[in-house]
Design a protein around this ligand. Structure first.
Ligand code: MN
Length: 340
């Protein structure tokens, strides 16, 4: 009898177990291979304990939510809307996965591509001055965090730094782009060997940077559709408008016109700000400008209608719904045009 009760219980427990969406990648070399620049014990704890914990905690945090089927890029891009557990552990997993990829013992390193070398010389005059800038970003990061070389949304290289396990894909980062080289400046990355001497660790780490892999990441980032997504996501006036549009339009779909009636002025104001904002390069074209002009006019129409006294409230709501639906269509036209 007892066994009969336990079996379904086991089945139930395995059903609610933690989703294994993310797994810890293997380190490409032995722990000792990074000596003398990073000691074997640090590599082992860093990979087997710290990175493993980020993976486990990320899986825990997304289990049973729609985020189980989200892409990593999606988790990162909308980090400001996520819990601290998702933000920190998705960042931790992404950042460390990249870190292991770009580190290699001197004997296993590949050469920098001519494309990346040219880009570095054009922007920073030499590889050495780029290293100096990255080390500055890494040494001035207060507390824990990362220094990055990234491809920005303008397609140019940029040196940036983020706190904790944040990175430039996240919407909380003021500089957006795709990282191609990251330096971990958490104490767990260097403390056993270097203690408080972060500068010595930063001097040594360049012996391990595999410029061949960084070059591959540079080429991939330039062609990654994510770069356009990040650029559009950085159009703050569009985001601002979208928020008010969503908070007024969606209730009206469910016959709640209170938000639209009370916030029509705000919706119109956001449309004006959007029309006067500087769109990202990929959306800077006459079709987008035309749509924004129509959107502003449409929001004025809605605002005037919302302000007008009505004899029949139901027919006023019906008219409002017709007009806000038109504004919603124009908004999605703008969004669609940005993808071109
Ligand atoms: Mn780390």
């Amino acid at each position: 009898m007892k066994a009969l009760l336990i079996l379904p219980l086991i089945a139930f427990c395995s059903f609610v177990s933690i989703a294994q969406v993310y797994t810890l990648p293997n380190l490409p070399f032995s722990f000792e291979a990074y000596e003398p620049y990073i000691d074997a014990q640090t590599m082992q704890i860093h990979h087997d304990k710290h990175h493993a914990a980020y993976v486990n905690n990320l899986n825990k945090a997304i289990t049973g939510t729609s985020m189980e089927s989200s892409s990593m890029n999606n988790l990162l891009m909308y980090a400001s809307f996520r819990s601290a557990a998702v933000r920190n552990n998705a960042g931790g997993h992404y950042n460390h996965s990249l870190f292991w990829e770009i580190l290699a013992p001197t004997t296993a390193q590949k050469l920098i591509s001519s494309e990346l070398q040219t880009a570095i010389i054009n922007q920073y005059t030499s590889l050495d001055s780029l290293k100096t800038l990255l080390n500055q970003a890494a040494s001035t990061r207060f507390g824990s965090g990362w220094a990055w070389l990234m491809v920005g949304t303008d397609g140019k290289l940029a040196v940036v730094s983020t706190a904790n396990q944040d990175n430039p894909i996240m919407d909380i980062s003021k500089d957006r782009g795709i990282p191609i080289l990251g330096i971990d400046v958490w104490e767990h990355a260097y403390y056993l060997k270097y203690q408080n001497k972060r500068g010595d660790y930063l001097g040594a780490i360049w012996n391990l940077i595999n410029w061949g892999v960084v070059s591959d990441k540079y080429a991939a980032a330039l062609n990654d559709p994510l770069l356009k997504e990040l650029e559009k996501d950085n159009w703050l006036a569009l985001k601002d408008f979208h928020k008010v549009m969503a908070q007024t339009f969606h209730p009206s779909e469910e016959n709640n016109f209170e938000p639209l009636r009370t916030r029509s002025g705000e919706l119109y104001a956001k449309a004006i700000l959007l029309k006067n904002s500087a769109p990202p390069a990929s959306a800077n074209n006459p079709r987008v400008q035309d749509a924004l002009t129509r959107l502003e006019k449409q929001c004025l129409t809605i605002h005037q209608l919302a302000q007008k006294p009505a004899k029949n409230e139901a027919s006023k709501n019906a008219a409002l719904f017709e007009q806000i639906s038109k504004a919603h269509d124009i908004f999605h036209e703008v969004e669609g045009l940005c993808h071109d």
